[in-house]
Design a protein around this ligand. Structure first.
Ligand SMILES: [Zn+2]
Length: 144
């Protein structure tokens, strides 16, 4: 029988749980981590979740992997759209304000772009004719 330990945060009863799935999220992406165990504080004003060491390690590793995968995915999407729009990385940096190397860092997955950057490029992906309003000195790419 599992014993009820005090919550490390507030000292309330921490009710054990096992084989639980938690969802992790990062910007527009999410993933699920299964088979987690630990305890959850029963005090309504705390309700803190405390994972066992092994679960904590797996949860942290999954969170790190999600962050890296999200950056890679965002970078690939931004590169695809930038090339479709026939923009240089310098043009893209002018649009997004990230400095002259900023867009390169997005595309390489080094830096996570803000959702606003991804959303702008998704809009331009669907409406490339709007590029002429943002960069009037650029000619508008022809639809494929
Ligand atoms: Zn607590």
């Amino acid at each position: 029988m599992a014993t009820i330990n005090p919550c490390p945060l507030c000292g309330g009863n921490c009710k054990p749980f096992a084989n639980t799935t938690l969802t992790i999220a990062h910007h527009l992406w999410s993933d699920r981590v299964t088979g987690l165990s630990g305890c959850q504080c029963e005090r309504a004003d705390c309700a803190e979740l405390h994972l066992d060491d092994d679960s904590q390690h797996r949860y942290a590793a999954a969170s790190d992997a999600l962050v890296l995968a999200a950056r890679r995915h965002a970078g690939q999407e931004l590169r695809r759209i930038r090339r479709k729009l026939k923009l240089t990385q310098a043009d893209a940096a002018r649009l997004t304000g990230g400095g002259h190397n900023g867009f390169s860092r997005y595309e390489k997955g080094v830096t996570q772009p803000l959702p606003a950057v991804i959303n702008l490029f998704r809009l331009l992906d669907r409406h490339p004719e709007m590029l002429g309003e943002l960069l009037p000195d650029r000619s508008v790419p022809q639809a494929a």
